[in-house]
Write a protein that binds this ligand. Structure first.
Ligand SMILES: [Zn+2]
Length: 260
């Protein structure tokens, strides 16, 4: 079975397999519609999500994703060069199992929200530990939050168009405090935060009413559920209405779980 093959034994047919059982969820998280997107679209989104340049290969096929589904998975073909990029990113050796450590890793990172298109960093805590009552203690105990440590190789994730749009609407100024970071070249830096987080167990939607443009400090505070937030105190514009239900979610599930 190809599924058990070590990286060094892989021949020509290298595919990132997205098992049918989770494919719908994976593509949903990637913002990909299998009826209108083709393999190349999926590949590009995945590569960008993991901070890699656009893929080298060009698929000329006009077939849509759903038309190329295999028996048990969607197979997204990658080249040797591309495989090497993922090996470097995931710190793999030639002895590692190809499908498990590349395809499997990609799928699980996407499903677990470890890589999110509109985050600059990975936030394993924000997706996995929000429900934990010991989370506040952890946050106090650690000198350097692990979500800032585990990010190597992922750091430059591109924003979704939507998150970038939100930041532009606010001129990269934090909607909670107005702060922006001016870069030496004149550009500005801000981060985007999903009020109801995208990853499990929250499964918030990637919609404009759920996204805030924030400074890195407020981003971390929101991830850790530090502040209770109030719509009336958030800087909003007509083009960017924040929905109260997401604020309620934050205050109830993320802020409150910290205090319980
Ligand atoms: Zn701020």
């Amino acid at each position: 079975m190809a599924g058990k093959t070590r990286i060094k034994d892989m021949k020509d047919n290298k595919c990132i397999n997205i098992p049918l059982g989770v494919a719908e969820k994976v593509f949903q998280k990637l913002g990909i519609d299998t009826k209108t997107s083709n393999l190349m679209d999926a590949k590009r989104v995945i590569f960008n999500l993991f901070g890699l340049d656009d893929p080298y290969t060009k698929y000329s096929s006009r077939k849509k994703l759903y038309e190329q589904r295999l028996n048990n998975a969607y197979g997204i073909k990658i080249t040797d060069e591309e495989m090497k990029k993922f090996m470097k990113l995931f710190n793999l050796s030639e002895e590692d199992n190809f499908q498990e450590s590349i395809g499997g890793r990609i799928v699980s990172d996407i499903l677990n929200g470890n890589v999110l298109p509109n985050k600059v960093t990975i936030h394993p805590r924000s997706s996995a530990k929000h429900a934990s009552s010991s989370r506040t203690k952890d946050a106090i105990d650690i000198a350097s939050p692990p979500d800032r440590v585990q990010t190597h190789g992922y750091l430059i994730l591109r924003d979704t168009e939507l998150a970038l749009h939100v930041k532009r609407l606010h001129r990269f100024e934090c909607q909670l405090c107005g702060h922006t970071i001016e870069l030496p070249d004149g550009r500005r830096y801000a981060e985007s935060h999903h009020i109801q987080p995208l990853g499990q167990p929250h499964n918030g939607p990637d919609v404009i009413g759920n996204i805030l443009c924030v400074c890195p400090n407020h981003h971390a505070e929101l991830d850790y559920g530090v502040p209770e937030i109030f719509l009336s105190r958030i800087s909003c514009t007509k083009e960017h209405p924040i929905e109260q239900k997401y604020i309620d979610y934050h205050n109830l599930k993320i802020h409150n779980s910290t205090n319980s």
